[in-house]
Design a protein around this ligand. Structure first.
Ligand SMILES: Nc1ncnc2c1ncn2[C@@H]1O[C@H](COP(=O)(O)OP(=O)(O)O)[C@@H](O)[C@H]1O
Ligand SMILES: [Mg+2]
Length: 259
């Protein structure tokens, strides 16, 4: 059954209550929707509530106000459609790459031959086809993060949530990961919510960039990115690209030194 929206965030607020009774309202009046297959980047200053927003959408935390629907249903029922990638890949060192990728399916008891073939296919897709039986300590940071992305994709999620997945990588690896994620997204057709500190990365990848700001955090801008696809390096130097980046930078309210 198809739904108009992959995610609906309806007037969501999140307040943390500490043991001594203090209240910290981190999100208020968050309201936006993601269409099926859409790639949405989220940017905002550190502490503006981006991770809180993603955790709330994933169902790891409950909102204190409003509601979140995934394909029109409350999240608790749709969890298997969602996968999350964090900044740190957190692979199990005693499992090889293939077994790390297959872990979520083992938890669900659905690991079988077809699943193993698909896991190998994913490793192939991210250029690690020949490393399936290697261990994470034999891989660079970028390679480990690619394994973590395969692990997120192995359950064929319709919704991929990524929280600064390339934040720990060097600039060149990060660039090639951007190409990788664009390709994966085009191949799988999943909807993506992608949190990043990098405005160029946000613009280059996205159909839309949502800017979170203020205290408590809310949406201060929602900018559609109308650049042709698939995108190549040349788009980073186009006048349109710079215009988008400058506009988003102005909404964040900090100078980030885009070159
Ligand atoms: N589990 C929690 N309990 C209490 N406060 C939290 C919790 N998680 C996050 N916060 C607070 O929420 C605010 C936003 O954090 P976060 O969502 O991590 O921001 P960002 O990802 O944009 O840097 C911070 O002030 C942080 O201290
Ligand atoms: Mg964060």
């Amino acid at each position: 059954m198809s739904h108009e929206y992959a995610i609906s965030v309806n007037d969501v607020g999140k307040t943390f209550r500490s043991r001594d009774g203090q209240h910290n309202t981190v999100l208020r009046g968050m309201d936006f929707r993601v269409r099926p297959g859409e790639f949405v980047s989220i940017v905002g200053q550190s502490g503006s509530g981006k991770t809180t927003l993603l955790k709330t959408i994933s169902g790891l935390q409950d909102p204190t106000e409003g509601e979140i629907l995934v394909k029109g249903r409350p999240i608790k029922e749709g969890l298997e459609d969602i996968a999350m990638v964090f900044q740190s890949p957190v692979l199990l060192p005693w499992r090889n790459n293939l077994d790390n990728v297959l872990l979520p399916l083992e938890f669900r008891g659905t690991r079988d031959r077809a699943a193993e073939d698909y896991a190998r296919e994913l490793l192939e897709m991210v250029g690690l086809g020949d490393r399936a039986t290697r261990y994470s300590y034999e891989l660079s940071g970028g390679m480990q993060q690619r394994v973590a992305i395969c692990r997120a994709l192995v359950s064929r999620p319709e919704l991929l949530l990524m929280d600064e997945p390339f934040g720990a990588l060097d600039a060149m690896t990060r660039d090639s990961m951007n190409f990788e994620i664009q390709r994966i997204w085009r191949n799988t057709g999943c909807s993506v919510l992608f949190v990043t500190h990098s405005i160029p990365e946000a613009v280059w990848l996205a159909d839309r960039v949502v800017v979170v700001g203020g205290k408590p955090g809310r949406i201060v801008a929602d900018v559609g990115v109308d650049l042709p696809r698939p995108r190549g390096k040349e788009h980073r130097f186009s006048p349109d690209f710079s215009e988008y980046a400058t506009e988003i930078e102005s909404h964040i309210g900090v100078t980030t030194g885009i070159s």
